[in-house]
Design a protein around this ligand. Structure first.
Ligand code: HEM
Length: 521
C-alpha cells in the first residue's frame, strides 16, 4: 500500500479511489436494502440519468470526474437536459444537482435553515481530516469556527488585507521578472503568502518544498471529498476493520496531512510562546483569547487556521493558472483586459493599478467572473444536506437528500457559446459583485468566507500582469488541459515584460515593498 500512497503523492492518481470503491462495494451484498430505499425516494425526486443497480450513477460520475474540465465539465453541464434540477443516485445517497441560479437561491439561500448541514463523510471528513476541517464539519462542530471566521474576514479587516495584497502582488510581478519560467509556482506563492499573512499575521517564510507539500495536501483533500466508496456507503464503515478494503490508504493520507499541518503550525506556536509572533487573528483570537477557542484544544486552532490558508490559496492559484490559459487561447480578450487597465493607469504607466481602481477597471472583474464560469475550480460544491423533508415545485425531497450546487451546470445553462471565454457577458453593472450569478463559492450559511479576498487578489494579479507582461504559448496546448495537479509547468507559456518602462515600474514597486516589510520573494 505504501507504494500506492507514494504514487498518489508523486503523481496524483485519481483512479485509485474508484478501484478501491469497486472492490469494497462488489464484496458487499448486504446493502441491497439501500437500493429499495433509493428507488422509492427516486420516484419523487427530479429526473436524472439512468444508473446501475446498487451503485446508481456513482461510477459514471467518478469516471467523468477523472476527465477534468473536458469530461467532467461536459457531464455536469449536460445535466441541464433534465431541467433546473437533476438527481444523481450516488450509492446510498441521492444528490440533487442544482443547475440554475433560481433554484440555488430558492433552496440553498432562501431555505438555508434546512440546507446548511453537511453530508456524513467518514473518510474525507473523518479519517482524512480527523473531523476537524471546517469545510466538511457537521453543524454542531462547525458553528463556533464559522463565528470565529467572521472576526477574521469581516468588512473592516478585509480593507487592511487589501494593502497586504497590493504588496504581495508587487512581489509577484518581481518574481515574474526574475524567473518567468516559474510563473505557475509564483501564482501559488502569491496566494499562500496572502492567506498566510491574513491568518497568521506574518510574511510567508516557507521553503518551496514546504509549499509543495502544502499544495499536495490540499489537492489530496479535494480528491478525498467524494473520492471514497465509504463516503457513498457510510454503512460499510461499520464492517470489521479487516473487511474495510482500502481504508488504510485514507488513514495514511490523513496521517500525512496531520504531519504537514504540524510542520506549519509548530513554528508558529513557538513564536507565540516566545512572544515573537506578530499580532494576528490566530494568535490573539484563536490561541490567546479567553475563554479559549474550542476549550484551548491546539489541534482545533491548527485545523481551523490552516484550513483557511489551504482553502484560500489553492482555488485562487487555480483561477490564476486558468487565466493564463485564457490569455493564450483568447489573445484578443487578453488585450482587451490590458486596454481596460491602461484606460485607468495610462498607456505609459507611472503606477501599477491598485484596489482603488477595481470599479474603474471593472472589465477585469468580468474576466474573473468568466473564469469562474468557464472553468469552475470547484466543479461540485460539497453537498448541503437537507435536514427536513421538503416539497418544492412538485417534487418531494426527503430529509437526508443532498443538495449539490453545480457551477458547471449553472454556467452553461441556456448558453449556446458556453464553451467560449467571453467576459463581456458579465458587463451588466453587476460585474464587480463576484457572487452575483456565480455559485463557485457556494451559498447560504456555508458560503465561502473568502470571497472578497478572492476578488481582490485576482483583480490585482490579473490587472497588474496584463499591464506589464505579454503572455504567449511556446508549444501546443489544449484549453481543457489545465493540469492543476502537476508540479511542473502545466502548459507551455512564455512571460515577457513589455518594456523597460514596465520593468522599471515593477522594480521600483518591489523595492518599496521590500523596504516596507523588510523581506521579499
Ligand atoms: C476562487 C476562489 C475560491 C473558491 C472557488 C472557493 C470555493 C469555496 C466553496 C465552494 C466553499 C463551500 C461553500 C458551500 O458549501 O456552499 C468554500 C468554503 C470556504 N472557503 Fe472558499 N473559495 C475560494 C477562495 C477562498 C479564500 C481566498 C479563502 C480564505 C482566505 C477561502 C476560505 C474558505 C473557507 C475557510 C471555507 C469554509 C467555510 C466554512 O466552513 O463555513 N476560500 N469556498
Amino acid at each position: 500500500m505504501a507504494h500506492l500512497v507514494k504514487a498518489l503523492r508523486d503523481n496524483i492518481v485519481p483512479s485509485w479511489p474508484i478501484l478501491q470503491g469497486l472492490v469494497a462495494v462488489s464484496a458487499l451484498s448486504g446493502i441491497i436494502y439501500l437500493i429499495a430505499l433509493n428507488f422509492s425516494s427516486r420516484k419523487k425526486l427530479p429526473p436524472g440519468p439512468t444508473g446501475l443497480p446498487i451503485l446508481g450513477n456513482l461510477l459514471q460520475t467518478l469516471k467523468a470526474r477523472q476527465k477534468g474540465p473536458a469530461g467532467f465539465g461536459f457531464y455536469l453541464g449536460d445535466l441541464n437536459r433534465f431541467g433546473e434540477m437533476a438527481t444523481l443516485r450516488m450509492g446510498a445517497k441521492n444528490w440533487v444537482m442544482l443547475n440554475s441560479d433560481r433554484v440555488i437561491k430558492e433552496i440553498i439561500v432562501n431555505r438555508n435553515k434546512i440546507t446548511n448541514e453537511r453530508s456524513f463523510q467518514p473518510i474525507a471528513s473523518g479519517v482524512v481530516s480527523r473531523w476537524k476541517r471546517t469545510l466538511l464539519r457537521p453543524v454542531p462542530d462547525w458553528v463556533e469556527g464559522r463565528k470565529a471566521m467572521h472576526h477574521l474576514l469581516n468588512g473592516t479587516s478585509v480593507k487592511t488585507y487589501g494593502t497586504w495584497q497590493e504588496q504581495e502582488s508587487a512581489l509577484l510581478l518581481g518574481a515574474y521578472l526574475d524567473d518567468p519560467s516559474k510563473w505557475y509556482a509564483h501564482h501559488y506563492r502569491y496566494t499562500v503568502a496572502i492567506a498566510f499573512r491574513v491568518v497568521l499575521g506574518a510574511t510567508l517564510d516557507r521553503s518551496t518544498a514546504d509549499l509543495e507539500d502544502f499544495r499536495r495536501m490540499t489537492t489530496e483533500f479535494v480528491i478525498a471529498i467524494g473520492g471514497s466508496a465509504y463516503d457513498y456507503f457510510p454503512i460499510l464503515t461499520k464492517l470489521p476493520r479487516w473487511m474495510q478494503v482500502g481504508r488504510k490508504f485514507w488513514e495514511d493520507m490523513g496521517e500525512w496531512h496531520y504531519q504537514v499541518l504540524r510542520k506549519w503550525w509548530v513554528p508558529f506556536m513557538e513564536s507565540v510562546n516566545n512572544n515573537s509572533a506578530p499580532s494576528s487573528w490566530t494568535r490573539d483570537f484563536l490561541v490567546n483569547q479567553s475563554p479559549p477557542y474550542m476549550g484551548g484544544v491546539e489541534d482545533e486552532a491548527m485545523y481551523l487556521a490552516l484550513s483557511i490558508v489551504s482553502a484560500g490559496s489553492d482555488n485562487t492559484r487555480m483561477v490564476l493558472n486558468t487565466w493564463v490559459m485564457s490569455a493564450i487561447a483568447y489573445p484578443e480578450t487578453f488585450l482587451r483586459t490590458r486596454e481596460a487597465v491602461e484606460k485607468v493607469v495610462g498607456k505609459s504607466p507611472t503606477r501599477l493599478p491598485d484596489l482603488a481602481d477595481l470599479k474603474d477597471a471593472s472589465y477585469v472583474c468580468a474576466v474573473i467572473k468568466e473564469l469562474l464560469r468557464w472553468r469552475p475550480p470547484v466543479p461540485v460544491v460539497p453537498p448541503h444536506l437537507l435536514t427536513e423533508d421538503l416539497e418544492f415545485e412538485g417534487f418531494y425531497f426527503p430529509a437526508g437528500t443532498e443538495m449539490v450546487i453545480n457551477p458547471y451546470g449553472v454556467g452553461r445553462r441556456g448558453l449556446k457559446d458556453g464553451e467560449d471565454f467571453v467576459p463581456e457577458r458579465w458587463m451588466n453593472s453587476k460585474e464587480t459583485n463576484i457572487l452575483d450569478g456565480i455559485w463557485d463559492m457556494g451559498g447560504g450559511r456555508r458560503v465561502c468566507v473568502g470571497y472578497v479576498i478572492t476578488q481582490q487578489e485576482l483583480f490585482l494579479a490579473i490587472a497588474r500582469i496584463s499591464l506589464c507582461f505579454d503572455i504567449t504559448p511556446t508549444g501546443p496546448f489544449d484549453m481543457y488541459e489545465l493540469r492543476h495537479d502537476v508540479r511542473s509547468e502545466p502548459f507551455p507559456v512564455k512571460m515577457t515584460v513589455r518594456s523597460k518602462l514596465h520593468e522599471d515600474l515593477i522594480r521600483n514597486e518591489k523595492k518599496q515593498v521590500v523596504d516596507e516589510i523588510g523581506t521579499g520573494w
